[in-house]
Design a protein around this ligand. Structure first.
Ligand SMILES: [Zn+2]
Ligand SMILES: [Zn+2]
Length: 418
């Protein structure tokens, strides 16, 4: 068996991993490089020609989750190649492209993306897919995208575990060790392909979503009018704000209809398993909805926003009735996007955020802490190798607190024969 890390060996974002036997070739993820601060992704693979070459004779592509650095080159893939993604993840991506197709000048492009996603095959947790002599089984992981999978890949009597992006400090993170133990009891894992985002961000303290929820409650007690800028598709973070808002004064939870549709998808899937993900009283904001306006003015509110013209307009329409000292924007994404001097700073984010009289930053990473990464290496204890991906420097893995014998198995080359 041969593993090729086409992309992701020395960068955060932009992941493509190939697993091949004599007869079969599959990809895990087909991610685009993350965009720079002007929103431009420098990506030599982002063309039909390049992807056609790269995916020649490929038997299937499996996506761990819907973040662009794992999924976004999908629309260059020839129709003949089957593409697999989680069944809920698929609905979320379809909703996103439905939304984007409202943008007048790019309507056709986004409609064709949507059609391509509709043609993807849905994966279900624990249900294996056989692609010729390679068997792939998706297992659920907690990440800032719902639903995210790690993949167990079995062929030629070898077992490879590809973690995708994951963490253990989200609401859904406590299943991680249980699943890993189950996989290891069934048989030894030969190769562990594992993300390492947090190794270069060790200064960031990793709070749990539960701790974050407590911080949100205390901000909500301080401010009556709460705007929230967080990812529209990060179910666990959305649940943090929804739950906090419910616990404070049951103020209206407001968003736009796109966000409401996403919350509906989450309620219908994860929400059937736990009330934490049941977003059942959400109001969609309309400038002419006087009843909602009056309620918001009277009780205060929690409103999900995005850094766009539309939400700036919404904010300005409310501004006159909001006292500055009662109004806050909670910024709940990676801090670097609004760090003016950072190479990751985003112009539109900075402009949007600076309109608000008060800003509170509250965030915790979607990626595994350094302790969690060590733990996963120790539990899986792969017999042949650990392949770090999704990290700025593959050599950072040597700094993990793992036994010497495991450190010796760290593989830093991008082509591995197994
Ligand atoms: Zn990623
Ligand atoms: Zn991700």
């Amino acid at each position: 068996m041969k593993i090729t890390i086409h992309r992701g060996i020395n960068q955060i974002g932009g992941c493509i991993t190939e697993v091949a036997t004599e007869n079969t070739r599959i990809f895990i993820d087909l991610g685009q490089n993350l965009p720079d601060n002007e929103g431009v992704s420098n990506d030599e693979l982002a063309s039909e020609e390049s992807i056609k070459n790269l995916t020649k004779d490929l038997d299937a592509i499996f996506y761990t989750h819907y973040h662009g650095d794992h999924l976004d080159l999908f629309h260059f893939v020839p129709n003949i190649i089957p593409q697999y993604i989680g069944q809920v993840a698929k609905q979320v991506v379809i909703e996103k492209y439905k939304r984007l197709s409202f943008i007048q000048n790019d309507k056709e492009r986004f409609e064709s993306y949507r059609d391509q996603v509709e043609n993807m095959i849905s994966l279900r947790e624990g249900k294996s897919v056989q692609v010729k002599d390679i068997k792939v089984t998706p297992y659920f992981v907690s990440h800032s995208a719902y639903e995210s999978f790690m993949f167990l890949i079995e062929a030629e009597n070898k077992r490879i575990l590809h973690t995708g992006d994951f963490r253990d400090h989200g609401y859904l993170g406590n299943g991680l060790r249980k699943i890993l133990n189950k996989i290891v009891i069934e048989g030894a894992v030969d190769m562990l392909i594992i993300e390492g985002t947090m190794l270069s961000r060790q200064g960031e303290r990793v709070k749990t979503e539960n701790e974050l929820q407590k911080d949100v409650i205390s901000i909500m007690n301080q401010y009556k009018n709460v705007f929230v800028l967080c990812s529209s598709t990060d179910m666990e973070r959305l649940a943090t704000f929804y739950a906090a808002n419910k616990k404070v004064h049951n103020r209206p939870f407001v968003c736009d209809n796109y966000q409401k549709n996403i919350l509906k998808i989450f309620s219908k899937s994860a929400g059937t398993k736990t009330p934490l993900f049941r977003f059942d009283s959400v109001y969609d904001f309309r400038e002419n909805n006087k009843k909602l306006h009056d309620w918001m003015q009277d009780k205060g509110f929690c409103m999900l926003v995005r850094p766009t013209e539309k939400f700036s307009k919404y904010y300005n329409s409310l501004r006159e009735q909001l006292k500055d000292e009662d109004t806050v924007l909670i910024y709940s994404m990676w801090g670097m996007y609004i760090q003016a001097k950072s190479k990751y700073a985003k112009e539109n984010y900075l402009r949007f955020v600076n309109q608000f009289p008060n800003i509170e930053k509250l965030h915790t990473s979607g990626h595994a802490s350094v302790e969690c990464l060590s733990d996963v290496c120790k539990i899986v204890n792969p017999t042949k190798g650990i392949v770090p991906i999704h990290g700025e420097d593959k050599n950072d893995y040597y700094s993990l607190d793992i036994p010497e014998a495991l450190k010796e198995r760290i593989v830093t080359s991008s082509i591995i024969n197994l």
